[in-house]
Write a protein that binds this ligand. Sequence first.
Ligand SMILES: O=P(O)(O)O[C@H]1O[C@H](CO)[C@@H](O)[C@H]1O
Ligand SMILES: O=c1cc[nH]c(=O)[nH]1
Length: 254
Amino acid sequence: METVDKSAVGVTGPQYHVGVAPGEISEVVLMPGDPFRVQLIADRLDDVTEVAHKREYRTVNGYYKGRKITACSSGMGCPSTAIGVEELARAGAKVFIRVGSTAALQPHIGVGDLVVSEGSYRNDGTTAAYVPPAYPAVPDLELTVMLAKVAAELGEERGFTAHTGINATDDAFYAESPEWIAKLSSMGLANVEMESSAMFVVARLRGLRAGMVCAVSGNLVTGDVVYGAHNDRLATGWDHSIEVALEAVHRLGL
Ligand SMILES: O=P(O)(O)O[C@H]1O[C@H](CO)[C@@H](O)[C@H]1O
Ligand SMILES: O=c1cc[nH]c(=O)[nH]1
């Protein structure tokens, strides 16, 4: 009888949850939360093929300006994001860019704006299983600077504002009370989402590069929130975030 070492089992074949095998994907992965948003990325790529769709993970390959790109959804929250990043890395991924939605925590950040992450406040359980509380969840510097530059340029062209800042990563969407939102805002955090701390921490531990550019769905401190209604500004923001991520990859020659 031998205790299982998960770092050594199932590494070489099709991955248990994501369903992709080594060699089947690009080194560069764009990761939205929602599997249905993988299509928005596919729409901007040439020669798209679907590689797998298991659980919340839909994976497609395509080409942007000749560079093979993979898009794979993470599902919601840090547990599924950590599994996704781990398994995609086993399949050959080296660079991860989360193209997500997020809620603003500062009054000047508008719905449909973009926010590039400078780091994540780890209010999640998953990263606590990987590292001690003092370990920072930070994205790759060069990638982050390029995401911010391309976002600012696109914002000038299309008439939205691109921000950078530290975001919160929360586990529990409906546990975000007015008191909690006020506390996050008072600490100067720009926005809140639910996946980046896991992506950043796992990436650092496994020698990968990661970054995040999010579109703002609503503002939790001004009340400009439209959960439950169709949100055109958010949908346009998703498109912008994908454009920014693809162009940043191209300019960095990743
Ligand atoms: O739209 P995605 O990318 O899933 O991002 C945000 O939306 C979900 C919450 O509504 C969470 O996953 C949060 O991080
Ligand atoms: O996208 C998100 C994530 C957490 N909380 C929100 O209100 N929105």
